[in-house]
Structures are given as C-alpha cells and as structure tokens.
Design a protein around this ligand. Structure first.
Ligand SMILES: Nc1ncnc2c1ncn2[C@@H]1O[C@H](COP(=O)(O)OP(=O)(O)O)[C@@H](O)[C@H]1O
Ligand SMILES: [Mg+2]
Length: 489
C-alpha cells in the first residue's frame, strides 16, 4: 500500500500521514462538510490479508464495534465507508487524537503511567461489558492525548464481538501481537475474553515502567529496578497470572492499580508533574539539603567560635593586667622609661574580641592587637589551624580601628603577627611573650617590617612558651635572628 498516492475518501480531505500499522495507513484529515472536524482516517490495506473478503470482514467488525462504543478512553467513531479508488479501500474515520503512543520512552512519571493504565482498563471494562474484546492492547494502540492527558484506546482491528462469534471462523490462535498475547490463548486452551486484554495491559504497563516486557516464566520484580514500585509488583503479577488466579475483570485490575497509585505518588512525592519537573524538584530538594547542611555547619562553627571567644575574654580579662605589667617591666628594662596607656577594654576588631595595647615610648607609639582566634570556617584569612594561633599585631595608631584579621593587608610594613601555637592559655602566654620580643626590637620598628613577614615561615608550629627574657632571646635567634641584628645587644 502506497503512502504517497492520494486516496479519494468521500467526505474527507486527507492531509498528512500520521500513523502506519500492520493493516493500514492513518491520515490526519478534515471533513469536507460541516462541522468540518479534524479527524483521523484509517485506510485499510486489503493486500495485507490473505483474501479480500477477510479484510472487509475485519474492517466491518472494527467499524461496528467502534460505533457501539462510547467511552472517554476509547477513540470516537465518526464514520466509515470505502474510497472511490479503483479498487476501493475500506476506510474508517475517528476523532483525531493529538498525542503520543504509550511507549516506555514517554516523558511522564511512573504515577502517570499507572494512571494511564487505569484509564485504559476503564475503557476496556466498558467494552467487555458489551461483549467486545480488543485483543490487541499494546503500546502502539494506546495514545496519550496531549491536551487533557487522557488515555485513548485505538485500533479495534482484532476486536471480537461475543454476539456474532462464529467459532469456526475465530480459531486464530495467534490473534494479537507477539509478547502481548496470554499463554493460554497461544496454547489454544482458552478463548480470548477479558483474560486476554487484562494480560496485555499487565505486559504493557510493566514495559512502560521499566522498558522491557516481563518474563512470564520467571517474573523479575519491578522493585528490583525501581524500589518505589514494590507495591505494584503483586498487582502486575496478578494480571499476568494463570487464568484462574488472574484478575477476572478489567475493573478489579484498575481498582488494585488505583490502590497502589496513591502509594507510588506518595513516594514520588509529586502527583502530577512530568519527569523534568520532578528532576527540577529533586535538584531543589538537594540544594535545600545542601544549604541546610551548610547553615548547620555555620551555626556549629559559630557556636564553637563563641565558645573560643568566651574563653579568650576570660583569659584576656584575667591576664590583661599581668600582660600590661610584663610589658612595662620589659620595656623599662630594655629601653628605659616609657609611658603606657592603660589597656583599653576588650573590644572587637572585625567582629572578633580584640585586646589592644598602646605603648608610648621615646621611639614612638605602638599599638598591639591581640585578636581572638577563630575557627577556620569563620575566618576571612587562612589560619594555619582553627584551634591554634593567636593573632598578634602592632600597627600605627591611626590604623587601630582596623586591627583584625586583615591587618597584614592594611598595613603591611607595620605588622607582625605570630602563630604561637595552641589557643589559650598557651597562645595568650605566647602572645604576651611575643609582645616582649617585639618590644625588645622596638628600635627595629622604625624600619619597614616587610622582612618580618619572612619570619612567618620560621614560626614554630609547636606551642612554645616564652616566659622569660631568655626564652625570648632564643626565640628571636631561632626564628628571626637570621633576618635581624639585635641592636640592644
Ligand atoms: N484516531 C487517531 N488519531 C491519531 N492517531 C491515530 C488514530 N488512530 C490511529 N492512530 C495512529 O496510527 C497508528 C496506526 O493505527 P492503527 O489503528 O493502530 O492501525 P493498525 O491496525 O494498522 O495497527 C496508531 O498506532 C496510532 O499511532
Ligand atoms: Mg495498531
């Protein structure tokens, strides 16, 4: 049968070919008289049949069955006849279904596939009650109508009507499509009734969900591929079972599917969207989970930092007086009289507790910032280790307000900071000692201190307590001695 020739179909104007089955061609067409509906015209190919009479008989059965059926899930009959071609071809006009075949590749959710099959079973139940059995349910004969997501059963070419059943003529054992025909029909032990369509629906739904037809001898559970479909396995199995234990009606199959649909939807968490929307939603859920984890990590880090700061404040407040007195004695010892400002209260630099010391000496005024360490998660500068280190800095007075973690960037030539080891109390002790170190080298501060930054690499990683002036001297020799001559010696 040729697709590119024109067929003369009385009452219809063929537009374009939209489908091709084993027995004919389906065209999109338009009525030539009002109401000028868009229709599908199926032209039967007599040459596909052993004899012409059989093809007409089949065609008449299809048209007759369709014209009797009236159901939202069965394609609506519009008209039928023969073309005015020579030889004439039988044709059948039905509502045009704009949609897609129910293939496993369809871009819909599993819940939608199940809902689709429930609708198909509804249509079949209607047909069965009228004594009509489709016998050719398979993906290409089920359409998902785009505009209202309705399942539409087409192709009643193999329908049998129990009323005009002629046992002599309907002994075809293989009526149906390979893979969708139940074993008892293949074996010829049972006639095709509801059993046939129910089985085909089971196969079709299984295929739609996992992409392959089920193995009837050894059923591979859907749940082995999609865990959330576990509730569906007993239902599909029952539709494929031996006739005695198979669903006895399309309605009971549909009812059980409806029962698991709620379950699948609940797991899917989304009733009515397509997989793209679901993927989008999953991404959103993942992103929300990531953000939540990040928020929690931040909160933990913050709590940890607060705890550090509480300790820092205790230690600093308790030790401030001692540190101050230490400085006074060291500076007096090494450099002669100096005036000191009282240590200001613990303040905050860049949001962190900071202890500032101010030293006025004949060489100038120095400020020292002792800044609470922070956790690395909170830090704006990379700390060697969140648990270790106290920032120690001195900077010109005018830059006091900016003392903080960015101190190096703000005043590179005037800043020293030292990683002194484990945070309190050793770090505090270490910082105090480091203040002594720098006070000893007070005169060096007149020079640009960029070289001091070079000392960072020499900073001992292990906590090192510099309690005495001797400790301080050896610290200088060990770490920064190679960079500076100690003028006071
Ligand atoms: N009413 C219709 N509207 C839109 N497409 C249809 C319609 N009827 C059939 N088709 C499409 O044409 C294909 C062949 O039609 P079908 O009736 O199944 O013919 P066959 O008996 O040759 O298999 C179907 O698989 C379907 O994709
Ligand atoms: Mg077909």
């Amino acid at each position: 049968m040729s697709t590119d020739r024109a067929y003369a179909v009385p009452g219809y104007e063929l537009d374009r070919l939209i489908g091709k089955g084993g027995f004919g061609l389906v065209f999109e067409a338009r009525e030539t008289a009002p109401p000028l509906r868009s229709v599908a015209v199926k032209i039967l190919d007599p040459s596909a049949f052993a004899d012409r009479e059989k093809s007409y008989a089949r065609f008449r059965r299809e048209a007759a069955a369709l014209s009797r059926l009236e159901h939202p899930n069965i394609v609506r009959y519009i008209g039928s006849g023969v073309t005015t071609d020579e030889p004439p071809f039988p044709f059948l006009a039905t509502d045009l279904v704009v949609g897609e075949q129910f293939r496993s590749s369809l871009d819909i959710t599993d819940a939608e596939r199940i809902r689709f099959m429930i609708q198909v079973l509804g249509g079949l139940d209607h047909a069965h009650r009228m004594g009509l059995f489709h016998r050719d349910i398979k993906p290409s004969n089920l359409l998902l109508r785009t505009h209202d997501r309705q399942a539409i059963i087409v192709d009643f070419g193999l329908v049998i009507d129990i009323e005009d059943l002629d046992p002599n003529k309907l002994t075809t054992r293989y009526a149906g499509s390979t893979g969708y025909v139940p074993p008892e029909v293949l074996a010829g032990t049972e006639p095709s009734r509801a059993n046939h369509d129910i089985f085909s629906c089971g196969v079709t739904l299984y295929e739609a969900l996992v992409g392959t037809r089920p193995n009837i001898q050894s059923y591979a559970p859907l749940s082995s591929q999609k865990a959330r479909l576990s509730a569906l396995d007993p239902v599909i199995r029952k539709s494929l079972d031996a006739v005695a234990t198979r669903y006895q009606s399309a309605a009971s199959f549909a009812a059980d599917l409806a029962g698991v649909l709620a379950h699948v939807e609940a797991i899917q968490g989304l009733a009515d969207t397509n997989p793209r929307a679901e993927a989008f939603r999953l991404k959103a859920v993942e992103r929300m989970a990531r953000e939540k984890a990040a928020r929690e990590a931040r909160a933990r880090a913050q709590a940890e930092t607060q705890a550090h700061w509480a300790t820092f404040n205790d230690v600093v407040v308790a030790g401030a007086e001692r540190a101050f007195n230490d400085m006074v004695s060291v500076v007096n010892e090494l450099h002669g009289p100096a005036t000191f400002a009282r240590p200001p209260e613990v303040t905050a630099a860049q949001g962190r507790p900071t202890k500032l010391f101010e030293l006025r000496h004949k060489h100038g005024t120095l400020c020292f910032g002792l800044v609470a360490p922070t956790t690395s998660a909170e830090s704006s500068v990379p700390w060697p280790d969140s648990q270790r280190g106290a920032l120690f800095g001195h900077t010109p007075r005018r830059q006091l307000p900016t003392v903080g973690p960015n101190i190096e960037r703000l005043a590179p030539e005037w800043v020293v900071y030292t990683d002194l080891g484990a945070y309190p109390p050793i770090a505090i002790q270490g910082a105090i000692s480091a203040i002594k170190v720098h006070l000893m080298d007070f005169r060096l501060f007149a020079k640009p201190l960029t070289e001091w930054h070079g000392t960072m690499g020499h900073t001992p990683r292990e906590p090192r307590l510099l309690a005495t002036v001797e400790d301080v001297r050896s610290y200088i020799t060990d770490t920064i001695g190679s960079h500076f001559r100690l003028d006071h010696e």
